[in-house]
Design a binder for this molecule. Structure first.
Ligand code: HEM
Length: 133
């Protein structure tokens, strides 16, 4: 008897690159992330959580993550979301504050709300990995 598995030509995850393009590509993602981090660091609701954070690494990994999620072909080199946020005691209110800051950052780059919502929809499932109380 011969058993031969069919070759799997497709990569495990095929992402639609249209969101990456609609966001404006890497230069816009880099600007959004820079504004996003600045807004979070100025936000009294959540700035305390970043007290001990390597901001250069945060900036780099957020760019990679948003580029990867939107189909831009970047590779996320950060740690798993659950691991990273475990000790931070984050609440839904913290999560909502972060989303507001990201929306403001995307507004600054004139990203239309229907495009913003596509990125936010990809981030929404991460609420359960980041909020622990
Ligand atoms: C969709 C939700 C979120 C995403 C996509 C996200 C993404 C990230 C990424 C990519 C990192 C860096 C990972 C690494 O260094 O390996 C990070 C770290 C961090 N995030 Fe988030 N995050 C989310 C929710 C939150 C929330 C709600 C807060 C607090 C309000 C928060 C606070 C932090 C802090 C303080 C760090 C640095 C941790 C450390 O220095 O060890 N994050 N996040």
């Amino acid at each position: 008897m011969t058993t031969s598995a069919a070759p799997t030509a497709k990569p495990a995850v095929v992402k639609d690159p249209s969101l990456f393009k609609d966001l404006g590509g890497l230069p816009v993602i880099q600007k959004v992330v820079a504004d996003f981090v600045a807004l979070m660091l100025a936000d009294d609701r959540i700035k305390h959580t970043f007290r001990d954070t390597d901001l250069k690494r945060l900036d780099k990994t957020l760019v990679e993550q948003f580029c990867d999620l939107s189909g831009g072909g970047c590779i996320y080199t950060g740690d798993p979301m659950k691991e990273v946020h475990q000790g931070l005691q984050l609440t839904n209110a913290h999560f909502n504050a972060l989303v507001e800051d990201l929306q403001l950052a995307m507004d600054k780059s004139d990203i239309p709300s229907h495009v913003q919502n596509r990125l936010l929809a990809l981030l929404a499932p991460m609420q359960r990995d980041t909020v622990t109380r």
